[in-house]
Write a protein that binds this ligand. Sequence first.
Ligand code: GLN
Length: 246
Amino acid sequence: MKLTIGHLYPDLLNLYGDRGNIRCMQERLGWRGIETVVKFFASGESVDFSGLDIVFLGGGSDREQELVCRALRGVKRDFRAWVEDGGVTLAVCGGYQMLGSYYRTSRRTIEGLEILDISTEWEPERLTGNIVLKSPLSTAPVVGFENHGGRTNIGNHTPFGTIVLGHGNDGRSGREGVLYKNVIGTYLHGPLLPKNPQICDFLIGQALERKFGKRVGIAALPDELEHKANRFMVRRLMMRRMFFGG
Ligand code: GLN
């Protein structure tokens, strides 16, 4: 059994070690005896979605985001069809914003991929810091880090989570990210999946089911360290809020 992960444009979308999320999927699949192949697509290279089981898009600066949007315009139709067919996608921050219809900054409007019915407007004050969410995909709180100028309006989409602490999509709505079919779009950077193993298992579980059918379940892992790390962060952040506010 083997899954193929496509890492889209790591040469441009490469902030905060977001690529560690791929490593996490690989490890957790490997521990269950499932092989992974990772294909890297540099900017300008075309992408054949039919050969991919999971797509990963990391975060990037506004300039890089514009370059990637331009590069992806050619595969927009294929990407959308793949998502509609249940293709598993994790898109972080700039990558998440790109899945929408546009990202408007003070200087320009970057046309998005129109995969999700969302849009993003830039504001000068950045939304930065640690974040804790409640998500339907995890019994444990989801912890992460965010840093974005964009405010994303997700319209009627289901959020990835609701805010316990932090800013999320726009700092106002109490919602974070989007969950659409097998797509997670989120502002949570860096080691999102290692810190939140249930989210990782959701993604790889959906990819396995899509490829091999329902009979392939994924075995539970002990995850003692992962749970400890998650609990430590939640406790630390909640205590800090109790004493210092925010
Ligand atoms: N350029 C986007 C913003 O600031 C995304 C940045 C990022 O990926 N961290 O909103």
